[in-house]
Design a protein. Sequence first.
Length: 262
Amino acid sequence: MPQETIKETFESFNGCRIRLMRAGQGAPLLFLHGGGGAPVWLPFMESLSQRFDVIVPEHPGYGASDSPDWLDNVGDLAYFYLDVIDALKLSRLHLVGTSLGGWIAAEIAVRSCASLATLTLSAAVGIHVKGVRKGDLFMWSREQLVRNLYHDQKLAEAALAQPVTDDAMMAHAKNQLASAKLGWHPRLYNPDLPKWLHRISVPTLLVWGDDDKLVPLPHGPAYAALIPGARLHVIESCGHVPHVERADAFVTAVTDFIGRAS
């Protein structure tokens, strides 16, 4: 999609100013990013915008968005986004979240599915699976983190070869601080969330890479067992970022799911 068709704005909700990217037409699709933020419009967003009105906010505490005093936990972000959904008058919304964004999306859905048509959780943190250890993004070096995000190490090497600007370093530090505030202890999960996942009452898709080193694949079936009617789609030869590493497969899985659910 040509860059000029992507609308980038700063909007305030309940006194918190956040950065929003938006493009496309059709039913609204709200994408919630992971701990790395949402600095640019990515190819999978472009693909989804051919069918949907794609809305990509930067969470409070991340990137160019405000860091509000009230932000203490993921539940705060869930309520914030419920207010955003109301303020933007979004209905029959397709809610998609990856990693941390998947956790936020799950916390939104257990509180209210009134405005949702479907829910997609991709490589979502948020729950603990006994005997399965997550990767520790807070302890990994930058190189370890990038390499552990991907199955295809050529993609990791290409990402590591990109120059890192001062602005990018500052944004990364801000994002890491916000992620630590939200997920330091317990490490990237809410022990109470599994008790309430049965409240999710919309069609739900779980997307996982088969070689996810941050949130290993057993988390997918565990989520699926807790959400009524949820189905799991596993993408082969893929790490923690299916929407980046296997963008075409990710978009196909999401659009096919939404098509069937509709």
